[in-house]
Ligand binder design. Structure first.
Ligand code: CAO
Length: 548
């Protein structure tokens, strides 16, 4: 085994840098290219990768120390066959001699292919890698005036994130790459109208050289640079808005982790020096998101820019206890929030005169007892809803997922909200249009019992076209139900009451049933809802129409 000392590599122009992150513990295994520590200048942050596979032994610096090129920073133990033949300093020299500031490389390549006397095509410099790498961010837009050194695009390989800076000041005429494209050394990036004094043919001196992500050297692999927030990024505000991620202050290892986990780094708060995002910040962000997802039912986190509801310590006001939510309650809360936020709701109200219907229903009591079926107003509501849906099929539609089409259902299945000790469930009565009041009443009883006993099968809660939520047995004058997406309509029914109704010559006592129809205004217009409600009220007020 050989102990190998890792030294600070060429810093691409910076004289000294600060040690800002020491992430390994003695005994940690490292693969070649794994990040050993992170250095930071006032322009860039650099992951220092391990030059070989082995075991990390110790750091030779402390966090916060200032180091310069050639300073020993860490030791790793590597198998003898993996040790480089050359002693380390030579290897470093070799590595740094091979390195070339990116800007100079860009200038050279660009100078070789000017598009016209004042136009310049900026190309990818030697990225020390034969493979093409991903364009992860475009940091400028056509028409932007950019200054020399501004980041044009950010490339990312599985080892490094690289800012490709502009070699000249000027105006962006054309961007010839898109996010997700793969680029290699010498590929075109953007066409410029050059306004800087330096002619394209004369490569500009590298004013702010950015260290190049070169191929790993035997001992001191080239650092990988990432712009700090203060760095050059002086592209126009419009470009910044489009590419907010370009302003994110994070090292390549963190960016890679974020990309692997699908984390948008602009959403992550950095806890490192100067707000730098650390791996822990990304992990904590993911944990928080997963916890919110898990308990989405009670999420108080703000979504879509909505400020979160502040957490309050209620115990300061008196005795409290935490009551766990059931799975159904959590699901219901998540679904309600989803439906409320996604659907533009409108609720329309009316009263149906059910005086005669109630007389008829009460007259069915004796036969119902013989049949073992209890007929409640809910059975008439469901029967009337089926006929109303047939007459107004727009309410049996669902919005297509792409927003470009709706789905028209040619079956009539009606969901019925059931209040249970574990929470709200919605079993579905199938093919209601083909059933009579007795059959519907039997279905209501059967499904309500199963719902309260927690014995509903998933298939019994699927396939609804429309939902009925009846609070009639409980009470209330009215409420605005939330649409049960992907359905587009729901009827809320409150408690019937005797009310004085003007019959043209006098007030007469009538049994009035309060109805509230909520609908998805993306699919249903007020006129559609008005026709639906009028039809329903007519059927409920004179159930003879149901037989027609
Ligand atoms: N007005 C006045 N009385 C009504 C009524 C109304 N709109 N609807 C039902 N009733 C009466 C019935 O006449 C019956 O009384 P009688 O036995 O004296 O005739 C009694 O209430 C029946 O109540 P029920 O609840 O046992 O049966 P139901 O068929 O009316 O309702 C069901 C079944 C499953 C819809 C209901 O039990 C239920 O769970 N409702 C709650 C739905 C809910 O929670 N909605 C909110 C969802 S959003 O949070």
């Amino acid at each position: 085994m050989t102990i190998q000392t890792v030294v600070v590599p060429d810093l691409g122009g910076a004289e000294t840098v600060e040690v800002i992150e020491l992430g390994l513990a003695p005994g940690d295994s490292v693969e070649v290219e794994d990040s050993l520590l992170v250095l930071e200048s006032d322009k860039a942050t650099m992951d220092i990768p391990s030059p070989a596979t082995g075991v990390f032994t110790k750091y030779l610096v402390e966090e916060g120390a200032t180091v310069s090129v050639g300073d020993p920073i860490a030791e790793i133990e590597i198998a003898d066959e993996a040790a480089p033949e050359e002693p380390q300093p030579a290897a470093v020299e070799e590595a740094t001699a091979d390195e070339q500031p990116v800007e100079a490389a860009v200038a050279e390549v660009a100078a070789s292919s000017p598009a016209s006397a004042s136009e310049l095509m900026v190309q990818v410099p030697d990225i020390g890698n034969d493979d093409k790498v991903d364009v992860i961010e475009i940091c400028v837009a056509v028409g932007d005036e950019v200054s020399e050194g501004d980041t044009l695009v950010i490339l990312e390989s599985d080892k490094a994130t690289m800012d490709i800076p502009s070699t000249h000041s000027g105006k962006v005429l054309k961007i010839v790459v898109a996010e997700g494209d793969k680029l290699g050394t010498g590929d075109d990036v953007a066409l410029f109208e050059v306004t800087s004094e330096a002619a394209p043919a004369a490569p500009a001196a590298a004013a702010e050289p950015v260290p190049q992500a070169a191929a790993p050297a035997p001992v001191a692999a080239a650092p990988v640079a990432v712009a700090t927030p203060q760095q050059g990024s002086t592209a126009t505000d419009s470009a910044k808005e489009k590419t907010a991620g370009a302003d994110v202050y994070a090292g390549p290892a963190v960016r890679l982790l974020a990309r692997e986990l699908g984390v948008d780094l602009t959403q992550v708060s950095g806890t490192g020096p100067k707000g730098r995002i650390l791996k822990d910040d990304v992990s904590n962000f993911v944990k928080k998101v997963m916890q919110n997802k898990d308990s989405a039912a009670v999420s108080t986190a703000g979504g879509a820019g909505i400020p979160p509801i502040p957490a309050v310590d209620f115990s300061q006001f008196g005795e409290i206890e935490e009551v766990k939510l059931s799975k159904i309650q959590k699901l219901t809360a998540a679904n309600m929030q989803r439906n409320w936020l996604n659907i533009p709701h409108v609720t329309q109200f009316d009263d149906a005169d059910i005086t005669e219907q109630e007389d008829f229903r009460k007259g069915l009591k004796a036969e119902g007892e013989k049949r073992g079926v209890r007929v409640t107003p809910v059975a008439f509501l469901i029967k009337a809803l089926a006929a109303t849906l047939q007459a107004n099929p727009i309410f049996a539609r669902s919005m297509g997922a792409d927003g470009h089409h709706v789905v028209q259902k040619h079956y009539i299945n009606i969901g019925m909200a059931v209040d249970t000790p574990r929470g709200l469930v919605v079993p579905v009565i199938k093919d209601v249009d083909q059933k009579g009041i007795w059959e519907i009443s039997a279905d209501i009883m059967d499904l309500a019992v199963k719902a309260r006993d927690g014995k509903l099968k998933p298939a019994e809660m699927q396939g609804g076209c429309f939902t009925l939520s009846s609070l009639g047995a409980i009470g209330g004058n009215g409420f605005t139900p939330i649409v049960n997406a992907p359905e587009v309509g729901i009827l809320g029914v409150s408690k019937s009451q005797i009310k004085p109704v003007w019959n043209g010559s006098e007030f007469v006592p009538r049994l009035m049933l309060p109805l509230a129809l909520s609908y998805d205004h993306r699919v249903i217009n007020g006129g559609d809802a008005g026709r639906f409600m009028t039809h329903l009220v007519k059927l409920l007020s004179d159930i003879r129409h149901l037989a027609l």
